[in-house]
Design a protein around this ligand. Structure first.
Ligand code: PMP
Ligand code: GLN
Length: 393
């Protein structure tokens, strides 16, 4: 048999799927894969349900339903002051993942260098490589996850086509500082580079901070592609509805990639997401506020158990330093023990690195019901501090 494509052949199943399978096999509380354990707003789901029954359920326009494209443009204006032409500057996709794939396919040519920031989300490397691009990695460094600006400057060359930035960032739970974003913007302008901005966690930002897109920085409006996800914004991760905002010259080839990947996205879901995006500010504030409380509940419990909890400004995730806990120093084996023996599934942060990964961090997903968080903490306590658990009986 002839060989299949080497980028995907032999590639491991994603860590998220792997941990979810293990959680199921061991009856563990699943704090691995990032998804809320309650569904998003009922009114949004009702719009989707009614549109499914009422139809039409035929191919919607390839760029997306006009109502949703208008809603995406309106949201860009409302939250970020961006003036977006809904007809030429918005594209609806089947999730942010498809948006990333379409964008990378449309912008990257074989031999182009694409700057990625480690720790990186799982699909970035294979998508860049499959497009023939050459990943050039720079890092943010724990515990503060500051971007190494010197290394960033050195990463830009005459062959750089794009930088892919995930802000707010999974799994670092970091919001990039204005200084970092300014530097990225300056380098992109100086080297004539596109920025692919994965901003799926744009509305999950805590402590009265707010997200500010790279697209708003000087010189970036026409070289940025901004990607959002209804899965994250409405706690409906299974829906896979994404949206891309960018200049018409970039949306045009990206839409051509989209037309041969999925072509369209289910129309009832698009209608419901349009309804959702128009929700009042209190919805968005409530979403971040609820998650912030969960973050605090989980962080407090983990600290009491001896975990060193890293700062978390955004997203669904808390990263903890496991060194000194006495259950092993290597994140992969600790995660294996925790799922098998403690009954709690979490994710090793080394999975977000291509090589030379730090191996003493694990990621906890906290977008769970309070009693689920408490159950996970009590299982961890029974496992890590068995004497205390016995004494309190
Ligand atoms: N980017 C990042 C950083 C993510 O964490 C995720 C996963 N939720 C995605 C993209 C994919 O989003 P979607 O489910 O809309 O494809
Ligand atoms: N983004 C989610 C995470 O980081 C997982 C999405 C997926 O499983 N593909 O956990």
């Amino acid at each position: 048999m002839k060989p299949t494509n080497p980028v995907f052949t032999g590639l491991q199943t994603t860590i998220f799927e792997t941990m979810s399978r293990l959680a199921m096999a061991h009856g563990a509380v699943n704090l691995g894969q990032g998804f809320p354990d309650v569904d998003g707003p009922e009114d949004i789901r009702r719009v989707a349900a009614e549109a499914l029954i009422d139809g039409p359920n035929q191919y919607p326009p390839m760029l997306g339903l006009p109502d949703l494209r208008k809603a995406v443009a309106d949201a860009n204006k409302r939250f970020y002051g961006l003036d977006i032409d809904w007809q030429t500057e918005v594209l609806i996709t089947s999730g942010a993942t498809e948006a990333l794939a379409d964008t990378i396919m449309a912008l990257v040519e074989p031999g182009d260098e694409v700057i990625l920031i480690e720790p990186l989300y799982d699909c970035y490397m294979p998508l860049v490589q499959r497009a023939g691009g050459i990943p050039v990695r720079v890092r943010v460094t724990p515990p503060s996850w500051d971007l190494d600006l010197e290394a960033l400057g050195e990463a830009f060359t005459e062959n750089t086509k794009a930088i892919l930035i995930n802000n707010p960032m999974n799994p670092a739970a970091k919001v990039f500082s204005d200084k970092e974003l300014n530097q990225i913007a300056n380098l992109c302008v100086q080297h004539d580079v596109f920025a692919i901005c994965d901003e799926v966690y744009e509305h999950l930002v805590f402590d009265d901070q707010s997200h500010w897109p790279l697209m708003n920085f000087t010189g970036m409006r026409n070289r940025c592609v901004r990607i959002g996800s209804a899965g994250k914004t409405f706690s409906l991760t299974g829906w896979k509805v994404g949206y891309i905002t960018g200049p018409a010259e970039l949306i045009d080839p990206i839409a051509k990639a989209h037309q041969y990947v999925t072509f369209t996205t289910p129309p009832n879901l698009q209608k419901a997401v349009a309804f959702g995006l128009a929700k009042e500010n209190d919805y968005y504030e409530g979403l971040a506020g609820d998650l912030q409380q969960k973050r605090d509940r989980m962080a407090k419990g983990l600290e009491a158990l001896g975990f060193k909890v890293l700062p978390c400004a955004a997203t669904y995730f808390l990263t903890c330093d496991i060194s000194g806990l006495g259950i092993g120093e290597d994140d992969v084996s600790v995660c294996k023990k925790l799922v098998e023996e403690a009954g709690v599934a979490v994710v090793p942060v080394s999975a977000f690195y291509a090589d030379h990964a730090p191996t003493h961090f694990v990621r906890f997903c906290f977008c769970k019901k309070d009693d689920v968080i408490d159950e996970a903490l009590s299982r961890l306590s029974a496992y890590l501090l068995p004497e205390t658990a016995l004494a309190s009986r």
